[in-house]
Design a protein around this ligand. Sequence first.
Ligand code: SF4
Ligand code: SF4
Length: 157
Amino acid sequence: MFTVIKPMRGPKFKNEVARYPGGENIKRCFACGTCTLSCPVSEAESNYSPRRVIHKILLGLKDEVLSSDEIWYCMTCYRCQVRCPQDVKYPEIMRVLRQMALEQGYVKSEFVDAMKEIEKVTQDIRRKILKRFIEKRESITEKDIREIISLSDKIQP
Ligand code: SF4
Ligand code: SF4
């Protein structure tokens, strides 16, 4: 049987998030920033900060959070979760926020489907690049490293 969770705004937003499985520990966050420092997405995209997303939830900025780009950036690598001193489960919270964004009409189901496909495609690209360079592991050169670094420049934002 599914639990029906009533949408909440303002300061109650954090309580709504906390009632979903995975969101329980959100109110424990003390804004240390370890999550952001651990995050490979933050490293590549300086405007992305898990610490700031949690802070906005705690402030009750529901519309801003559920309509933001940020909740779609996490690639669920769990680095932040294993390092969080307060056991805040950030990737689980992103899953909760995405579900809420869909259920409460902030995004369409086609958008969520597109995000899922992007996850699959990017994992496939990663697998292909890894395979190519693992195969030549004994002969990797500085030139190969420069080639890897330049790969992202070939995809226009
Ligand atoms: S690491 Fe944990 S406690 Fe620290 S800011 Fe991130 S969520 Fe909050
Ligand atoms: S789980 Fe998401 S937010 Fe956490 S470190 Fe990985 S990509 Fe960053």
